[in-house]
Design a protein around this ligand. Sequence first.
Ligand SMILES: Cc1cc2nc3c(=O)[nH]c(=O)nc-3n(C[C@H](O)[C@H](O)[C@H](O)COP(=O)(O)OP(=O)(O)OC[C@H]3O[C@@H](n4cnc5c(N)ncnc54)[C@H](O)[C@@H]3O)c2cc1C
Length: 426
Amino acid sequence: MTWVNWARDQRCAPAAHAAPASEQEVADEVRRAARAGRPVKAVGSGHSFSDIACTDGHLLSLARLDRVLDADPATGLVRVQAGITLRALGERLAEHGLALENQGDIDAQSLAGALAIGTHGTGARFGNLSSRVAALRLVTAAGEAIDVTGGDELRAARVGLGALGVVTEVTLRCVPAFTLERVDEPRSLHATLDELDSLVDGLDHFELWAFPYADRVMARLGTRSTRPPEPRPAAAGWIKERLENEGLALAGRLTRRVPRAVPRLNRLLTRLIARDVLVDRSHRVYANRRDLRFTEQEHAVPREHARAAVEGVLATVARLRLPIALPIEVRFVAADDALLSPSAGRDTCYVAIHQHAGHDPAPYFRAVEELMDRFDGRPHWGKRHGQTAATLASRYPDWGAFAAVRDRMDPDRRFTNAYLRRVLGP
Ligand SMILES: Cc1cc2nc3c(=O)[nH]c(=O)nc-3n(C[C@H](O)[C@H](O)[C@H](O)COP(=O)(O)OP(=O)(O)OC[C@H]3O[C@@H](n4cnc5c(N)ncnc54)[C@H](O)[C@@H]3O)c2cc1C
C-alpha cells in the first residue's frame, strides 16, 4: 500500500494498515504493532503538506470513529469521536444549536488531525481549534485508553503532533450556533497595511490575501451575528468557487510557460477581485472548496511583526524575481497555552505562502523561512518547513515540558516517524 497526502507531494509505504471501528480495536492494533516491533501512526484526512503523517510502520485511520457521543447545549460541551471530519462535525453541532468557536478555511480535516498540529482560522479574539479542547481520550503505547483532563498532559496533548498516542475521543467547548457575514473586497495594499491593527481588532475575523507584484489585495471581513442565515443557491456558490480555482490553476500553467509575465498576470488577477457577500451558518461560511493542488508553508510570528513580515515576503519575491502567482495569506490568532502550539504565549499573525503543484517551491520557501526566522517565526506543524529540534527548542518556552510528557507517555517512541525525529529529536 502506498499512502499519499492531499497535495500528492508526500508519500510513504506503511508495512501494515488498519481502520479500527472502536477504541478497543485501536488498542488491539497498537498492541499488534508493538509485538511486530513497528511504529504506529494515526492519520486523519492526509491534509498536511509536511511529512508529519507518513510512516513505514503501522498506519491507523480513525475515519470510522466519527460519531458525536454527547452534546450539551447548556454548557456547550460536546464529546465526539476523534475521526469525524470538521465538515460532518459542523452539521452535527448545528443540529444541537451549537458551533465551533472558529474554524480554518477548509473542513475536510479529521478532528484529531486538525487538533494535532494546532489548526487555526483567523480572528484576534479567538484561539486555535485546540484551545477549545476541554479533555481528550487516547490510547497509549501500552495499548491502554486513558482520559487526559488537565495539567501538562492536556497542554501537551492539545497540540500533540501525533507523538503521544492515538486520540480516540475529544471533549470540545462549543458555542451557540451563529450566523457569519463574510465580505470579500478588493483594497489597496498600503492602505490596508496602514489600517491593519484597527481592522484586526475591529472585526471578528480579518484576513488578507496579497499577491506579489500587485498593489491591490483581497480582504476578507467577518462579522458574527444572530440574524437569520441567507444561504446562497448551491449552484451559485459552486460556480464562484470553481471560477476561483480554475483561474488560479490557469495562472499556474501560464507561470510555468512564461515566468516573466507573472507581475502583469498578478496585477490582472487582483483587478478581477469583486466584492462578494455571504451570510450563512458559520460552518458553511468558514469552509472553502479547494480543487487547485498546491503546496504551502506557514509561519506564526508575534502579531507586532505582522506588517514587517508581509512586506518582507513581498520584497523577497521581488528581489529574487520569483514567478509566484499565488497569494500570501495573512491571518490572526489569539495566544493560547498548549505547550507546542505555534501561538503559545503570544498573540500571533500567521503568514502563509503557496506554490502551485509541479513547481519547485524550494527557492521561495527557503528564502521566506530565513526571513521568518528573523521574526522568531514558528512553523505550522502541518505545512512544509525546514526546522529541526535544534532550531525549534528555543522558540517554545515549554519545549522541555512537552519532552517530559512525551518521555512519560511514549518512552519507547512507539508513535514516532521521520518527521518527529527531525522536529522533536530522538
Ligand atoms: C487545502 C488545505 C487548507 C488548509 N487550511 C488550513 C487552515 O485554514 N488552517 C490551518 O491551521 N491549517 C490548514 N491546513 C492544514 C491542515 O489543517 C492540517 O495539516 C491538519 O493536520 C490536517 O488534518 P488531517 O485530518 O488531514 O491530518 P493528517 O494530515 O492526516 O495528520 C496530521 C497529524 O495528525 C495526527 N493525527 C491524526 N489523527 C490522529 C489521532 N486520532 N490521534 C493522534 N494523532 C492523530 C497525525 O499522526 C499527524 O501527526 C490546510 C490544509 C490543506 C490541504
